[in-house]
Design a protein. Structure first.
Length: 250
């Protein structure tokens, strides 16, 4: 038979775990609904951890106060499962945060291996070679392209730190070519977080289709100025044939 003190402690601790578990489950569920991928997956994993650790674990502790039997295996199982899910999820998303925002140690280093400013490149093979070199010397590579990411990575043989697909299709990491302000904000944010980074843009002719030429030119000049201030480099690929297009010659 359990003593009164043990029953009381089981009720108190079990009730606290239940309250925390229910509260955490509700909050995590709300974030799961509101957040986009991959943050929604983290919210889901946190919710499962609260259910195991708080709701089921707390329920097992409360149950041990009312019913005789061996409850500790269930308490240990729920507690350990919830802890492991939360721990491994946290480590996984810490790695994602590192990939997204970089290291504060590296950001303090003054890298002098890359040029600063904006440059137009007309050779496709030349830009491939240049990007392979700069990606290993810079604070990060941000690619803005008309092609999907997997197709671009297969041709260039590089994995960018961040990638934006110029498309009107609503997909992950895609942006409408008409939203120049969104592209600018993403690029500036990337350069501020990762000093001495590389911004590579291709598909200028696609941007001009959805914006007038002056707007695209202003966008590129502004981005070039930000690259200079943030000690980064802006590389713009423009095929030679584009200079003879009606958009340029008119």
């Amino acid at each position: 038979m359990m003593c009164i003190e043990s029953v009381t402690l089981s009720l108190i601790f079990g009730s606290v775990l239940l309250i925390i578990g229910i509260y955490g489950t509700v909050i995590a569920w709300r974030f799961y609904i509101l957040l986009d991928s991959p943050a929604d997956k983290f919210a889901l994993q946190v919710m499962v951890a609260f259910i195991l650790f708080g709701v089921l674990g707390g329920g097992a502790v409360v149950g041990s106060a009312f019913f005789e039997g061996t409850w500790w295996p269930f308490i240990a199982l729920f507690t350990m499962s919830g802890f492991l899910i939360l721990a491994f999820s946290s480590l996984h998303y810490l790695r994602l945060l590192y990939e997204e925002f970089g290291s504060k140690i590296n950001s303090r280093e003054e890298r002098k291996h890359i040029p600063v400013g904006g440059f137009i490149i007309e050779s496709l093979e030349g830009i491939k070679t240049l990007l392979k070199y700069l990606s290993s010397k810079s604070g990060g590579l941000f690619v803005i392209s008309r092609r999907p990411r997997d197709e671009w990575e297969e041709e260039f043989g590089i994995k960018p730190t961040k990638y934006l697909w110029l498309s009107r299709v609503e997909e992950k990491h895609s942006v409408s070519p008409s939203n120049l302000h969104v592209i600018l904000e993403e690029a500036v944010r990337f350069m501020r977080i990762r000093k001495n980074s590389v911004i590579y843009i291709e598909g200028i002719e696609y941007l001009v289709l959805y914006n007038d030429f002056k707007s695209v030119a202003k966008f590129l000049f502004t981005l070039k100025d930000y690259a200079t201030v943030e000690k980064s480099v802006l590389l713009i690929f423009i095929p030679p044939a584009y200079w003879k297009s009606p958009t340029i010659t008119s």
